[in-house]
Design a protein around this ligand. Structure first.
Ligand SMILES: NC(=O)C1=CN([C@@H]2O[C@H](COP(=O)(O)OP(=O)(O)OC[C@H]3O[C@@H](n4cnc5c(N)ncnc54)[C@H](OP(=O)(O)O)[C@@H]3O)[C@@H](O)[C@H]2O)[C@@H](O)CC1
Ligand SMILES: Nc1ncnc2c1ncn2[C@@H]1O[C@H](COP(=O)(O)OP(=O)(O)O)[C@@H](O)[C@H]1O
Ligand SMILES: [K+]
Length: 491
């Protein structure tokens, strides 16, 4: 599991540790890890560190200090290091002295700096780290916009990315690799910030940290959560997932939700709705029941809403009246937005909402009676949006899109690392809903069901798209689920 902590917590942990260590120890640890990564990258790119061109962009804080000390270490190994000082009067004095004594060059003129930047083998972005506020300032912005040839390594965080939220309020430097210190920062795991970070490497500096603000599952975590039948299992004990989806206008949504549900670990899938014929033709293993969720017999979790059309309100009401977990998606969310959080007030079992940002906007409007916020604003602030919705509806929320974010009303937040934009194809959300519902029926808590589903769905999208990638359909994503499920169990 990857753990991320917000800046306030990082600073408190650093202060606590620094008080017990000789001055500068943490920065030396950080710089040593950073230099080691840079040396590996240069060796991979040029065969050796000696003779390579390295540019250190150094801002006015300790982030610049880390970068300068790492630059000095590379210079001692024979790299031709140029330190570009963005604020010469406030540069980290120790770091600058280290570069000078390692015979590095120091420049302060912007034009010279930009020219160096564009012919470097490696650029160290030490403009600003966790102390950054707002978009990059003018002096730094020109570097973010400059063409580049070499590898860009961000120090702790790509400059211009908000560490706590992943928001990018203005220009930011795009890195190939980010070397972060002590813990991941939420902004490294959540788009748009994550898309600036490249591959993220963590360098331990000995911090003792409290529980994380944000986590991201990895293969081993998912493998441990996957429901696997044992000798005692029968189809009912494995869980029955009810799918109330599809309509005359959208029968395909029912087929796709069932496709996801059949691959999600429940022992059986029960379908209710008007698309029974299409569902059974495609998946004869589906149990079909007449009427709505109310009279459908025993299920351990409901999925309501995909392609629900006109009947979504009644279906939603019947599912919410049950005492089993309910996943609400698509048209079900539109209805829930009209009803507001009060519609969930009487529920005794978990509710999982799976909006994209457009549906999230309607849900938020339903929660406070205001006009729906712009979906683009919600997408730019994904962590805050998911948290707000979870708090307003007292439900677990899976916010879809570029970096799917899952928030529990209790405050836990997970981000999904496996997504791919190839998944932005009609019906792939229906597959996800069925899959997550199946995991709920198999007994996973809502946070786990949602994050495991997002993880597998993302992997399935990648698997279906292949390398370097080609368009996929939602059906192929569903078909790829067993392969990626096995892959996760194999580690
Ligand atoms: N603490 C520790 O023990 C350890 C910390 N470590 C390292 O320290 C980093 C944190 O260092 P930090 O606190 O000095 O802040 P930092 O990120 O350098 O930025 C502050 C400077 O940037 C400026 N600035 C602000 N916003 C800006 C903008 N938008 N655009 C441009 N400039 C902007 C701001 O200017 P001011 O607002 O003061 O005018 C201020 O001068 C951390 O990320 C890690 O790398 C590691 O060595 C491990 C041990
Ligand atoms: N840019 C993107 N990057 C990664 N995943 C995306 C992106 N855009 C959409 N997705 C994913 O694609 C799926 C689309 O779901 P949804 O919007 O409900 O579509 P539909 O209603 O057609 O099924 C979601 O899993 C979402 O997270
Ligand atoms: K940086």
């Amino acid at each position: 599991m990857r753990h991320a902590h917000r800046v306030e917590i990082v600073r408190a942990s650093e202060a606590e540790l620094m008080a017990r260590l000789p001055e500068g120890t943490l920065m030396q640890r950080a710089a040593a890890g950073l230099a080691a990564t840079c040396a590996r990258l240069l060796t991979g790119r040029r065969g050796r560190v000696y003779g390579s061109r390295v540019v250190v962009l150094a801002g006015s804080g300790d982030n610049g200090g880390d970068a300068l000390y790492a630059g000095a270490a590379l210079a001692r190994r024979g790299a031709r290091v140029t330190a570009v000082l963005l604020a010469p009067e406030r540069v980290h004095a120790g770091g600058l002295a280290a570069v000078r004594s390692a015979r590095g060059r120091v420049v302060v003129e912007r034009e010279t700096g930009l020219a160096e930047f564009s012919r470097a083998d490696l650029v160290l972005d030490g403009i600003v780290g966790i102390g950054g506020r707002g978009g990059l300032r003018a002096g730094a912005r020109s570097y973010a916009e400059a063409a580049r040839r070499g590898v860009v390594v961000a120090v702790d965080l790509p400059s211009g990315v908000d560490a706590d939220t992943g928001e990018v309020p203005g220009a930011a430097l795009r890195a190939d690799v980010t070397v972060c210190f002590g813990t991941y920062k939420p902004g490294l795991l959540v788009d748009p910030g994550a898309s600036y970070a490249g591959a993220v490497q963590l360098v331990g500096i000995g911090l003792e940290l409290p529980p994380p603000d944000v986590t991201a599952l990895q293969h081993a975590d998912v493998a441990a959560l996957l429901p696997v039948p044992d000798v005692e299992s029968d189809k009912y004990r494995r869980g029955v997932v009810g799918v109330a989806a599809g309509s005359a206008t959208y029968p395909g949504a029912a087929v796709l939700a069932v496709a996801g549900a059949l691959r999600g670990g429940a022992g059986a899938v029960r379908y209710v709705g008007t698309a029974a014929e299409e569902v059974v033709r495609r998946f004869p293993e589906t149990l079909v029941t007449e009427g709505g969720p109310h009279g459908a017999g025993r299920v351990q979790a409901w999925v309501v809403g995909p392609g629900g059309g006109e009947g979504a309100r009644q279906t939603l009401a019947e599912a919410l009246a049950s005492d089993v977990p309910v996943l609400v998606d698509a048209d079900g969310l539109t209805e829930l937005g009209r009803l507001g959080p009060g519609a969930l007030a009487g529920r005794t079992a978990p509710t999982l909402l799976t909006p994209h940002t457009g549906e999230a906007a309607r849900l938020l409007a339903g929660a406070d009676g205001t006009a729906p916020p712009a979906a683009a604003d919600l997408a730019a602030a994904r962590l805050a949006t998911a948290r707000r919705l979870a708090a307003a509806y007292r439900a677990t929320v899976l916010l879809k899109g570029s970096t799917t974010v899952i928030a529990d009303p209790g405050g836990a937040v997970r981000v999904n690392p496996t997504g791919t934009s190839w998944l932005a194809t009609a019906g792939s959300g229906d597959v996800l809903a069925g899959l997550a519902g199946s995991l709920l029926a198999a007994g996973l808590p809502a946070l786990d069901a949602a994050s495991v589903a997002a993880y597998l769905h993302g992997l399935a999208g990648r698997h279906a798209a292949g390398e370097p990638g080609a368009p996929v359909t939602a059906s192929w994503v569903a078909e790829a689920l067993p392969v990626v499920w096995r892959g996760v169990r194999e580690g």
